[in-house]
Design a protein around this ligand. Structure first.
Ligand code: SF4
Length: 408
C-alpha cells in the first residue's frame, strides 16, 4: 500500500513539474513515506532521518517531508526530534498530501482530485479501501489509518479504465482487508467482476485477504473469471487457536485450513502465500509447534515471518511480552528455514514445465516476467519488445524465489 501511495503522490507531483530522482543530493525535496507496522520499520525511518540531517547541512534549502503511518502515530514529535523536518503528514491526511507539499514548495493551488494519468506502466496498484475495523491485538493500522472506508466503485472503475488505456495490463487492487469492500450495493465480488470487463486488461490481483471474510462467492469467481490471477495472499499469523484468539483474528486454524483446502480443490494451480508472527505474548512452545506444523502441512508458496514487537495503542502492548528476544529469533529462523525449503521444492518442481507469463520490465538485458501465480521469471537473451505481452516460457533453472526460462 505504501508503494501504491508513493506512486500516486509522485504521479500527482509530476503533473506539476516535479521529477522523481535517485540521488538525494540533487533533490529539492525529500519525501519519506513511513511504516509503523513494526518497531523496526520506525527505527529505519529514524536512522534515515538522521542521515538526512547531514544532507540538510550541505544543502540548507532542501525540504524534508515525512508522510505515512509513523507520521500519523508520532505527529509533531517527529519534528521535535528532527529539527530538519519541514512537514509531517499523517496517513489519514493522504488526500491532501500533494496539496500541502506543493504549498510548502510555493506551488500554485491545485485540485486534490487529479485522476492518475501516467505514461504506460504494465502493472499498476490501486487502493480500493482505506483503514481497518478489525483491531487485531498486535496491529497499529486501525489507529494510524483510521476506520475502514470503501472508495466509490465508479471512481475505482474509471481509474482502472484510464490505466488500461495508458497501457497497463495488470492491476492489483489494494486494501487492508479487500474482501470486506462495500460501497452502497457494490461488494468486492461485484467490483472485481465489473473491473474484469475492461477491454485490454489482462490480469487482476488483489490483497490483502482476511480469512474471516473470504467468501465462497469470491473463490467461485476466481475459478470462473480468467483474468483473476491464481494467487492469493491469506495471512494465517498463527497455527494455534489459543494465539489466534488472543490476537483477535476471529477465525480458528480449522477454518483457515478449510479455506486453503477449498482453494486448492477448486483451483489446482493456486498459489497461496501468508504472513506468520512468532513470539506473540503467551505463545508457548506448543503454540509455536502448532504454527510450525501448519506451515509444513499447508506448504505455502511464500511466507513472510515476523518477530512480534509491541506497537503503541494496541491491545497486545498491554500484554506481558514474555517470549525472550533470543527465543523469538530461534522461532523466526525455524519458520524461515522451513518455508525456504518448501519454496525451493516448489520452484524446483516447476523446472522443465511451461508457464504463461506477462513481461513487466527489462533490466541489464534480462526480461522480467511473472507467472499467473505471481512467481518472477527472468529471461535472458531476448529483447524489450516483449514488455506488456503475455507468452509462454519453459523454466530451465530455479532458485529459492526465482525462476529462469526461455521463450517457447
Ligand atoms: S486485519 Fe488486522 S492485521 Fe490486517 S490491518 Fe486490520 S487490524 Fe491490522
Amino acid at each position: 500500500m505504501n508503494v501504491c501511495e508513493s506512486e500516486t503522490l509522485s504521479s500527482m507531483l509530476s503533473t506539476y513539474g516535479m521529477v522523481q530522482i535517485n540521488n538525494t543530493l540533487d533533490a529539492d525535496i525529500i519525501i519519506l513515506n513511513t511504516c509503523s507496522v513494526r518497531a523496526q520499520a520506525e527505527q529505519k525511518a529514524f536512522s534515515y532521518l538522521g542521515r538526512v540531517e547531514e544532507i540538510k547541512k550541505q544543502k540548507p534549502n532542501i525540504k524534508i517531508v515525512v508522510i505515512g503511518c509513523m507520521a500519523e502515530r508520532l505527529g509533531t514529535k517527529v519534528k521535535k526530534r528532527f529539527k530538519t523536518v519541514d512537514l509531517v503528514l499523517g496517513a489519514k491526511d493522504i488526500d491532501n498530501f500533494a496539496l500541502k507539499i506543493l504549498n510548502l514548495c510555493n506551488f500554485e493551488k491545485i485540485s486534490s482530485d487529479i485522476l492518475i494519468n501516467r505514461s504506460s506502466e504494465i502493472v499498476r496498484y490501486i487502493t480500493i479501501m482505506k483503514g481497518c475495523n478489525n483491531f487485531c491485538a498486535y496491529c497499529v493500522v486501525p489507529f494510524v489509518r483510521g476506520k475502514e472506508i470503501s472508495l466509490d466503485n465508479k471512481g475505482i472503475f474509471d481509474k482502472c479504465k484510464v490505466m488500461v488505456k495508458n497501457g497497463t495490463k495488470e492491476i492489483m487492487l489494494l486494501g487492508q482487508n479487500v474482501n470486506s469492500y462495500k460501497y452502497n450495493s457494490t461488494n468486492f465480488v461485484s467490483l472485481v467482476k465489473n473491473i474484469c470487463k475492461i477491454d485490454g486488461l489482462e490480469r487482476l490481483r488483489f490483497m490483502t485477504n482476511h480469512p474471516k471474510d473470504l467468501s465462497d462467492d469470491l473463490i467461485d469467481l476466481i475459478v470462473s473469471e480468467k483474468k483473476i490471477c491464481h494467487h492469493i495472499h491469506l495471512p494465517m499469523q498463527s497455527g494455534s487457536n489459543k494465539v489466534l484468539k488472543e490476537m483477535n483474528r476471529k477465525y480458528t486454524y480449522e477454518h483457515y485450513l478449510e479455506l486453503v483446502n477449498n482453494l486448492k480443490n477448486k483451483i489446482h494451480d493456486i498459489s497461496i502465500t501468508t504472513d506468520v508472527i512468532v513470539g506473540f505474548p503467551g505463545e508457548t512452545e506448543k503454540d509455536f509447534n502448532d504454527t510450525f506444523k501448519a506451515v509444513e502441512n499447508i506448504r505455502f508458496d511464500g511466507l513472510y515471518v515476523f518477530r512480534y514487537s509491541p506497537r503503541p495503542s494496541t491491545k497486545a502492548s498491554t500484554m506481558f511480552d514474555d517470549v525472550p528476544l533470543e527465543e523469538k529469533k530461534r522461532r523466526h529462523s525455524i519458520i524461515l528455514n522451513a518455508s525456504n525449503k518448501i519454496s525451493t521444492e516448489i520452484v524446483s518442481s516447476m523446472v522443465g514445465k511451461t508457464f504463461e507469463v506477462l513481461a513487466e520490465g527489462f533490466n541489464f538485458n534480462v526480461l522480467e516476467a511473472r507467472t499467473n501465480s505471481g512467481r518472477k521469471v527472468f529471461i535472458k537473451d531476448t529483447d524489450k519488445d516483449y514488455i506488456g505481452k503475455i507468452f509462454k516460457v519453459q523454466i530451465n533453472e530455479s532458485k529459492v524465489n526465482s525462476l529462469f526460462g526461455n521463450i517457447v
